[in-house]
Design a protein around this ligand. Structure first.
Ligand SMILES: *[C@@H]1O[C@H](CO)[C@@H](O)[C@H](O)[C@H]1NC(C)=O
Ligand SMILES: *[C@@H]1O[C@H](CO)[C@@H](O)[C@H](O)[C@H]1NC(C)=O
Ligand SMILES: *[C@@H]1O[C@H](CO)[C@@H](O)[C@H](O)[C@H]1NC(C)=O
Ligand SMILES: *[C@@H]1O[C@H](CO)[C@@H](O)[C@H](O)[C@H]1NC(C)=O
Ligand SMILES: *[C@@H]1O[C@H](CO)[C@@H](O)[C@H](O)[C@H]1NC(C)=O
Ligand SMILES: *[C@@H]1O[C@H](CO)[C@@H](O)[C@H](O)[C@H]1NC(C)=O
Ligand SMILES: *[C@@H]1O[C@H](CO)[C@@H](O)[C@H](O)[C@H]1NC(C)=O
Length: 444
């Protein structure tokens, strides 16, 4: 008895879904942003083929994720209580048949459900059936679950939602603290004890009971204070409401997620939603900014476009070697963070003018980004003394009396060596674009 008590006491306080996967941000493709409910097996197999033939697999994209609308809508199998794959959309042995074909290409496959009675599009969902569903998915060969938050039974809801960064609610977060109007929980509220957290833990435990490691992507739109318990529950957790191709929405999500980055490291990431790169509505500059900042925040990178129609320019963005190296670094787990907001004072929550100056360390050096929220080109400086790590290094070098060394810069978009700079780099940033450099020591 005593030894049992000791064992419990020694168990880590925060276990998470420790199934050995998801140490780095997930990379792959998901059907929603491209097709919404208009899905068939053929579309997933086409996406999988393109991931291979376009070289996306070679740079790390591996998950082919089925979103909503994959099952028979009228209900579960009355005998087994399993969700039944739609035989018209998935005619060849259902999801299992699709999984086999995706696996044969060396890729992985994801599925979708909701922690409610029905999915967002009204298909059977998993609350009360977590064990059955997790076991079914494992049997089919599923590698990834996106778990949404629609149609929650009344007795499972919470009376307050935490700080959900949503411009419609007028939410504001300053240094992780909610200010302004909104459906906040009172100060000191224990989000980990909320019904929302519990709904997601039940599925975590069901997944943990399977023999197959399944990556767990929590999609509760930032509700229930998910930043407080997401890392102990899944591999990623949505921080906001849904993305779309409106530029203003992408900037809004960037602003919101920028306040949550201290929760991000190996095994767990705040997720500002899937990529829209390639979809109509974004300019080339906007696509660059969206991808650069999502990669820098160590968000999961899930492509959401028809890869048969993608332009060379957008494909190059999705394959950018500097940004992918930063996002997937296996030594540095922390994301890039803002070192200066720019237009507004530091830590200002503003859905149109978020943080503009970003930096982060990785094995390749220091990644520095300057985002331009304005529609016209702006002259900007990347000033070394403002960037935390660079400042320290410069002092160190000077302190040893060896003279100043400066930094060698590589443009992340052109991959050109820009030469050596002593104090700052002046850049012209196109409207809505993001300038980016990798800085390394080694100049004299
Ligand atoms: C809600 O009701 C269901 C069905 O009665 C029950 O299994 C579940 O535990 C309830 N949830 C909570 C949070 O009490
Ligand atoms: C936010 O946090 C930073 C770093 O901890 C601090 O320098 C700054 O003063 C804080 N701002 C506000 C408004 O609390
Ligand atoms: C919050 O709730 C969780 C889950 O019930 C519990 O383990 C934890 O001790 C609580 N924290 C505090 C500070 O009460
Ligand atoms: C873009 O925003 C407008 C206005 O909020 C909205 O009507 C429209 O549906 C949005 N577009 C997309 C693709 O969501
Ligand atoms: C998230 O949990 C993992 C263990 O699962 C831990 O290694 C990591 O440091 C945690 N992240 C943060 C930001 O605390
Ligand atoms: C956001 O920032 C801009 C630029 O400083 C400012 O004009 C605008 O009023 C701010 N918006 C809000 C809602 O504070
Ligand atoms: C960049 O810094 C240099 C040197 O301090 C300064 O002369 C120049 O005006 C700055 N440019 C901008 C756009 O701030």
């Amino acid at each position: 008895m005593l030894s049992l008590v000791l064992q419990l006491a020694l168990a880590p306080a925060v276990a998470g879904l420790a199934n050995g996967i998801g140490r780095l941000p997930a990379m792959g493709w998901n059907s929603w942003n491209a097709y919404h409910c208009d899905i068939t097996e053929a579309k997933f197999l086409d996406a999988a083929d393109k991931i291979v033939s376009l070289g996306l697999k070679d740079v790390g994209y591996e998950y082919v994720n089925i979103d909503d609308c994959w099952s028979v809508k009228s209900g579960r199998d009355p005998t087994t209580h399993r969700i039944v794959p739609d035989p018209e959309r998935f005619p060849d042995n259902g999801i299992q048949g699709t999984a086999e074909k995706v696996h044969a290409l060396g890729l992985k496959i994801g599925i979708y459900s909701s922690a409610g009675t029905e999915t967002c599009a009204g298909y059977p969902a998993s609350i009360g059936y977590e064990e059955i569903d997790a076991a079914t998915w494992a049997e089919w060969g599923i590698d990834y679950l996106k778990y949404d938050n629609c149609n929650v039974p009344a007795n499972w809801t919470d009376t307050c939602n935490g700080c959900v960064p949503d411009s419609k609610l007028g939410d504001e977060i300053v240094n992780g603290t909610c200010i302004g109007p909104g459906n906040w929980c009172p100060v000191g509220y224990n989000y980990t004890a909320s019904n929302t957290a519990e709904r997601y833990r039940i599925m975590r435990d069901a997944l943990a009971n399977q023999n197959r490691p399944i990556l767990y992507s929590i999609c509760d739109w930032g509700q229930g204070g998910v930043q407080e318990w997401g890392n102990a529950t899944g591999h990623s957790w949505r921080s906001t409401d849904d993305i779309n191709t409106n530029w203003s929405k992408i900037v809004e999500l960037l602003n919101a997620n920028s306040f949550y980055l201290n929760h991000v490291n190996f095994w767990g990431r705040s997720d500002p939603d899937m990529l829209e790169v390639g979809n109509p509505g974004l300019s080339a500059a906007e696509a660059r900014s969206h991808f650069a900042l999502w990669a820098a925040m160590k968000s999961p990178l899930l492509i959401g476009t028809d890869l048969a129609a993608i332009s060379d320019d957008n494909l190059a963005i999705l394959k950018n070697k500097h940004l992918l190296a930063f996002n997937q670094d296996d030594v540095y787990g922390a994301p890039a963070t803002p070192y200066k907001w720019g237009t507004n004072p530091d830590w200002t929550f503003n859905v149109s003018y978020p943080a503009e100056y970003w930096s982060g360390e990785y094995q390749g050096g220091t990644l520095a980004l300057v985002f331009n929220p304005y529609s016209t080109s702006q002259a900007r400086n990347i000033t070394f003394s403002e960037i935390p790590g660079l400042h320290a290094k410069a002092h160190h070098v000077q302190g040893r009396g060896r003279g100043r060394k400066g930094y060698r810069a590589t443009d992340i978009w052109t991959d050109k060596d820009l030469g050596c700079f002593m104090d700052y780099i002046a850049v012209d940033v196109e409207g809505h674009d993001t300038a980016g450099v990798v800085l390394r020591e080694g100049c004299r």
